[in-house]
Design a protein around this ligand. Structure first.
Ligand code: SAM
Length: 215
């Protein structure tokens, strides 16, 4: 079965050609995200894919570094950014553990859309996000939450994975996800479901302002 990188490299052109499945939910995500951004913010995006969201949010930020594990997804993102003439947007091929550390004392915002459900070790990823953020920084994410008990869906996904048509995928509940975000040291400021079915959990979380850097 393909790894995340091999899967996304292979499907990149097809993924880029597909229209956004639920435009109203996407627009709601962008509106709620922008409410938490400031034009002075320096941001990092994890799993940026083909850069659609990075291009949409970069005009509302001082700078955005958009990262992804897949070179093919990034190649498309770079093509789109060049066509758009985006100047405050940089791309880097990296997993979370190798993501550029950015400005001291850390990023103002870390973004991750349709991403955490693909990650094997979510607590480790959240700890890294916490480290990458400045005190008071925000972690804004949207995660597909198919639920822990969706046995029929698990069977379908297992079948799709076996024929290389789905990436490695976690079955999370929104409650489980939010508990992991809190356990990583964040306070949750806002949540929403965009869309409600299949549940895509939007979470805005904040690293407390008085947290000293990890030793
Ligand atoms: C479902 S796509 C979402 C892309 C984009 N965020 C969006 O909402 O359209 C997931 C992306 O995460 C990337 N990805 C998967 N695992 C990753 C990892 N461990 N580190 C960095 N990127 C990863 C994939 O290459 C893919 O581009």
């Amino acid at each position: 079965m393909p790894t995340q990188q091999a899967f996304w490299d292979r499907v990149a052109r097809k993924y880029a050609a597909r229209p956004i499945r639920d435009m109203a939910a996407y627009d709601a995500t962008m509106v709620r995200t922008r409410a938490h951004l400031h034009p002075r913010d320096r941001a990092l995006e994890l799993g940026c894919g083909t850069g659609t969201t990075a291009l949409r949010l970069a005009p509302h930020l001082a700078h955005l570094t958009a990262t992804d594990i897949s070179g093919e997804m990034l190649a498309i993102a770079r093509e789109k950014a060049a066509r758009a003439g985006a100047e405050n947007l940089a791309f880097a091929q990296a997993t979370v553990s190798a993501a550029p550390t950015g400005p001291a004392p850390g990023y103002d915002v870390v973004l991750a859309y349709n991403f955490l459900q693909l990650i094997a070790d979510i607590p480790q990823t959240l700890a890294r996000v916490h480290d990458l953020l400045a005190p008071g920084g925000r972690f804004i994410s949207k995660t597909v939450c198919l639920g822990r008990h969706a046995w029929h869906l698990r069977a379908v996904v297992a079948l799709l994975r076996a024929v290389g048509k789905a990436p490695p995928l976690r079955f999370l509940s929104a409650e489980e996800l939010e508990a992991m975000i809190r356990a990583a040291g964040f306070e949750i400021l806002e949540t929403g479901d965009y869309p409600a079915r299949p549940r895509s959990r939007f979470v805005v979380a904040r690293k407390p302002a008085n947290v000293p850097p990890r030793a």
